[in-house]
Design a protein around this ligand. Structure first.
Ligand SMILES: [Ca+2]
Ligand SMILES: [Ca+2]
Ligand SMILES: [Ca+2]
Length: 414
C-alpha cells in the first residue's frame, strides 16, 4: 500500500483538470458511451479479469439511472432514487445551461414575467460543474495515477499470461473512467444534500476499494450553483414558484425531456398567473401572498383509493367561499371545476385521469373593506397503478463500482 500512497501524492501535484465541456455537453450520451464501452471487444481481456461484475456499470444507462436520492440505508446496497431520472432530465438541465448560457442570463434577476424569486445563475452552473469534475477526478485521472494503474493491470495480465494493455485499450479505459467521473461529479452540481451525499458515498466506496483517500468525502469539496441547490428537486431553477420536481411531475411523465427542460427553465410554464386564468390580478400565487391557503394531501396515490385534497387556511382567516381548479392539458391555465366549491376535493375512487395539478382559490373578508381572493400554490396529484417500492434498481451498483475501482488498482497477488 505504501506505493499507492506515494502515487496519490504524485497525482495531487499533477492534477488532471479534464476536458473542457463548455460546448455540446451531453451527459446522457456520456452515460451510454460508458455503458457501451463495458461491452467493447478491445476491453474484453479486462472483463475477463473482473468477471461479470463489470457489466453492472450498466446501471448508469441514461434511460433508467436515478441514483441521487441519497446513500443506501441499513441493509441496502444501492443509492436511493429521488424520483427524477438523472440522464436526460436532471443532467439535461445542467447541460442546457452550460451549452446555451446566454439564453438564460435573465433568470437570476428574479424579475422576469412569471418569476416570484431569483432563478439560477447560468454561469454558476458551468463553474460548479467544472470544479466538481476536478474535485472528483483530479487525482484519479491524473497522468501519473493512470500510468501506474495501467502498469498494475499489466502485472495482473502478465500473471494470467494474457497480452499486456495496448494503447487503444489504455485510451478506452481512460475514456471510460473520465465518463464515470464526469457523471458522478455532475450529481454534485445538482447540489442538494441527497445528491452530494450520493457522490460522497460513491467516493467512499471507491476509496475503500483503493484503500486510498482519492475521492472527496467532504461536502465542502464541491462547488454549488447560485442559488445553492437551484437545480435540485426542491429548488426552483426558473424562479416561477414551481419547484423543479413539480415541473418534472407535470412534464416528464407525459412528455419528453426537451419539454421538461423547456418548462423548468421558463418562468411562464406552467400556467403563469393571470395568463388566461381569468381570476384577476389580485389573486397571486399562494406563496407570494404569504400562503394564506394551501392544499394538503398525499401524492402519489394508488388508483381506486379514496383521495381527499383539503384546503387549509391560515389562522385568523375565515374562508367565505372555495373554488377548486385544475391545470388544463396544455399546461397553460387553471380551469375551474364546476360545483367543486367545498373545503376539500374528493375522488372516491380516484382514477388515473384525475392525476394533475390542482389549485384552490378562497375568498375572505380582509377586515378593511371588500371580500378578497387568495389562491393556493399548485398541488400535483400523481395517480399510479401501483405505488413504487423503495429501492427498485435491481443491479448491484456497489459491486460494480468496487470491481471497477479494483480494475485501476489491481494489486500483485501474494
Ligand atoms: Ca434523479
Ligand atoms: Ca420552476
Ligand atoms: Ca417553469
Amino acid at each position: 500500500m505504501k506505493k499507492l500512497l506515494v502515487l496519490c501524492a504524485v497525482g495531487a501535484s499533477m492534477m488532471f483538470t479534464g476536458p473542457v465541456y463548455a460546448q455540446g455537453q451531453n451527459t446522457c450520451q456520456l452515460m451510454d458511451d460508458m455503458v457501451a464501452l463495458t461491452g467493447d471487444p478491445d476491453l474484453l481481456p479486462l472483463v475477463a479479469l473482473l468477471g461479470d461484475t463489470v457489466g453492472l456499470i450498466e446501471a448508469f444507462a441514461c434511460a433508467v439511472a436515478d441514483f441521487n436520492g441519497g446513500p443506501p440505508g441499513e441493509g441496502e446496497d444501492l443509492p436511493h432514487p429521488n424520483g427524477m431520472l438523472d440522464g436526460a432530465f436532471e443532467f439535461g438541465v445542467i447541460d442546457e445551461l452550460i451549452n446555451n448560457p446566454t439564453a438564460y442570463t435573465g433568470l437570476a434577476s428574479g424579475t422576469l414575467p412569471g418569476q416570484t424569486v431569483a432563478g439560477v445563475t447560468a454561469a454558476s452552473v458551468a463553474t460548479a460543474n467544472e470544479a466538481n469534475f476536478t474535485a472528483v477526478g483530479g487525482i484519479l485521472l491524473s497522468p501519473a495515477v493512470l500510468t501506474i494503474a495501467f502498469n498494475l493491470i499489466d502485472v495482473e495480465l502478465a500473471e494470467q499470461e494474457l497480452p499486456l494493455l495496448t494503447q487503444v485499450q489504455k485510451d478506452k479505459i481512460t475514456v471510460l473512467l473520465t465518463n464515470l467521473v464526469k457523471v458522478v461529479s455532475t450529481y454534485a452540481t445538482i447540489g442538494d444534500e441527497d445528491s452530494v451525499a450520493t457522490v460522497i458515498w460513491l467516493g467512499g466506496v471507491v476509496n475503500a476499494a483503493l484503500k486510498l483517500a482519492i475521492l472527496p468525502t467532504d461536502p465542502a469539496a464541491f462547488t454549488n450553483t447560485v442559488p445553492p441547490g437551484a437545480l435540485s428537486p426542491d429548488g426552483d431553477a426558473d424562479g416561477d414558484g414551481f419547484t423543479n420536481r413539480q415541473e418534472y411531475d407535470l412534464y416528464a411523465l407525459a412528455k419528453t425531456a426537451e419539454d421538461y427542460i423547456d418548462a423548468v427553465l421558463d418562468p411562464l410554464q406552467p400556467g403563469a398567473e393571470g395568463e388566461g386564468e381569468g381570476e384577476g390580478e389580485g389573486e397571486g400565487e399562494g406563496e407570494g401572498e404569504g400562503e394564506l391557503v394551501r392544499i394538503l394531501g398525499t401524492t402519489p396515490v394508488q388508483v381506486g383509493s379514496r383521495v381527499e385534497l383539503r384546503a387549509r387556511v391560515v389562522q385568523g382567516i375565515t374562508a367565505l367561499t372555495y373554488q377548486w381548479s385544475r391545470l388544463n392539458s396544455e399546461g397553460t391555465a387553471f380551469v375551474e371545476i364546476p360545483d367543486e366549491i367545498g373545503s376539500s376535493l374528493v375522488f372516491d375512487p380516484v382514477e388515473l385521469q384525475n392525476g394533475g395539478w390542482y389549485k384552490v382559490v378562497i375568498t375572505y373578508d380582509d377586515g378593511t373593506k371588500a371580500v378578497v381572493e387568495a389562491g393556493s400554490a399548485p398541488f400535483y396529484l400523481q395517480v399510479v397503478t401501483e405505488l413504487p417500492v423503495a429501492g427498485g434498481i435491481g443491479v448491484a451498483l456497489l459491486a460494480g463500482l468496487c470491481a471497477f475501482a479494483g480494475a485501476v488498482s489491481i494489486r500483485r497477488k501474494k
